[in-house]
Write a protein that binds this ligand. Structure first.
Ligand code: ADP
Ligand code: MG
Length: 463
């Protein structure tokens, strides 16, 4: 029928808008490299903040003692205790507690959010066995993973630049998040000091380096997306502090805020951005990360429902609710291997309350999932190529070739197999066969928590 024709026309138009041929990905990678230079050159030199982390030494393996980590940055929040046993014993013990952040706390008051976190932390500490207690006269130390853009003033202090990923608490912008946390911990009786304030990418880099010595880049693909890497301190013109002994400085790129005319944006992306909590910001993140992929799908489906009666004469009311289609559900539909696409049918019925769908409608939905996931993962691969280019690792050198290991983490990378497969294939495609033999991605499972505790250890005041 002409309705079906209309649906196919919308699909085709969307597919064309989302196209990521190699030539375009190279343009994106080059633009990423250019922005990296600009962001390192001066404060506010680029949409890429290229934040100085004050981490100039990554873990060596010598770290020793019981340390804590606290991870705040998305849907879940975690507290972690890690017992480190130096080179000999490595990680002797690790234990964590997890809680989801109540939605109202994400957009409420600073006090509300930090009191909640501190209370969880206090409980975690108060319940711990005596064998984990610190020696007399020594306070517990914590690595605070805070995965939002922060302007650091030292390894253990820094002010929030802005919120991302659905958080919005205005009064905290510009404030020192460590001071706020410390205040709340005091109130709740959690006897612990923040030894290191780190982004999750920095934590993942540190955790990754602990297990693979060639790790020099970390990429997170979870609710949001971001990357960090090890830069030469000499290559950071905006750094006016003393040159670190190591000659290196870890940079938190905040690449989620990357933007370029080469990004293949569709009308759905523009609308999603305009209606978001942070319009005009985090454009790269809105095309690639877990918070948004399902929402892009919802928007295309809504148009098809309205203009092509995809789900019958009536548009399912649920389909009009922003973020009702989550990326894990999209991923489940994309991975449906049953011959009648039963999972797709069930999801559409359960989430959207759509009436029973035909096989060709289900196929079309899978096709949309594929377009969205492919574009997102190919763009992420282009971003990674941009970092490799910045480091001069995009050409084969004479002599013994260096190995580059990229520590990967985040729920999207971990669980959305079609996405991560496409990401790896695309990076190979962009690097070519010879080079890609020297570049490897490893999944650093909750490396950021371990990494934060390792950084707490190496920045302990008791050393
Ligand atoms: P965060 O980024 O919030 O710190 P995670 O790294 O655990 O936390 O990532 C969680 C995100 O990963 C979710 O918001 C979701 O977008 C995505 N995700 C989780 N499970 C899946 C899944 N099965 N398929 C696709 N995406 C998933
Ligand atoms: Mg996380």
């Amino acid at each position: 029928s002409s309705k079906w024709g209309k649906a196919l026309a919308i699909l085709k138009e969307f597919e064309e808008k989302c196209a990521t041929p190699q030539s375009r990905l190279h343009q994106v990678a080059d633009a990423m490299t250019v922005e990296m230079h600009a962001g390192l050159a001066s404060e506010n030199g680029s949409k890429l903040k290229m934040l100085i982390s004050y981490v100039d030494n990554l873990p060596t393996g010598d770290e020793d003692g019981v340390y804590y980590a606290l991870d705040l940055g998305g849907t879940n929040f975690r507290v972690l205790r890690v017992q480190l046993g130096g080179k000999e014993k490595g990680i002797e013990h690790q234990e964590f507690a997890e809680a989801s952040i109540p939605a109202d706390l994400m957009v409420g008051s600073a006090e509300g959010l930090f009191d909640f976190i501190a209370a969880e932390l206090a409980r975690f500490i108060n319940e711990e066995e005596e064998k984990f207690h610190q020696p007399p006269g020594r306070q517990r130390e914590l690595g605070f993973t805070f995965s939002f853009p922060v302007m650091q003033t030292s390894i253990s202090s820094g002010s929030l630049i802005r919120w991302t990923k659905g958080f919005s608490i205005d009064e905290l912008v510009g404030q020192d998040v460590v001071a706020e946390l410390t205040k709340a911990m005091h109130k709740k009786g959690a006897d612990i000091r923040v030894a290191a304030l780190v982004n999750d990418t920095i934590g993942t880099l540190a955790g990754g380096r602990y297990t693979h010595k060639d790790v020099s880049i970390a990429v997170i693909l979870g609710t949001g997306t971001n990357a960090a890497y090890v830069e030469r301190a000499q290559a950071i013109p905006k750094w006016h502090g003393p040159l670190p002994k190591s000659g290196e400085m870890v940079i938190n790129m905040e690449w989620g805020n990357f933007k370029s005319s080469h990004l293949p944006l569709s009308e759905y992306d523009h609308a999603l951005d305009a209606e978001s909590l942070n319009p005009g910001e985090q454009i790269f993140e809105k095309m690639t990360s877990g918070m948004y992929l399902g929402e892009i799908l919802r928007r295309v489906l809504l148009r098809m429902a309205e203009e092509a009666a995809l789900f019958g004469e009536e548009v399912p009311a649920k389909l009009k609710i922003p973020f009702v289609l989550r990326t894990p559900e999209m991923s489940a539909m994309h991975h449906d291997t049953s011959s009648d696409l039963r999972v797709v049918g069930d999801k559409l019925k359960n989430i959207l309350k759509a009436p029973s769908t035909s096989l060709k409608t289900r196929r079309l939905v899978v096709e949309l999932c594929n377009i969205i996931a492919t574009r997102g993962s190919r763009l992420a691969a282009a971003g990674m190529l941009g970092i490799l280019k910045k480091l001069g690792k995009d050409t084969v050198k004479e002599g013994t070739p260096e190995r580059t290991v990229i520590a990967m983490d985040g729920g999207l990378y971990e669980h959305y197999t079609e996405y991560s497969k496409c990401l790896e294939n695309t990076l190979k495609e962009l690097l070519g066969e010879e080079l890609s033999a020297h570049v490897e991605m490893v999944h650093s499972n909750d490396g950021s928590g371990i990494g934060a505790s390792l950084l707490a250890a190496s920045n302990s005041i008791y050393l």
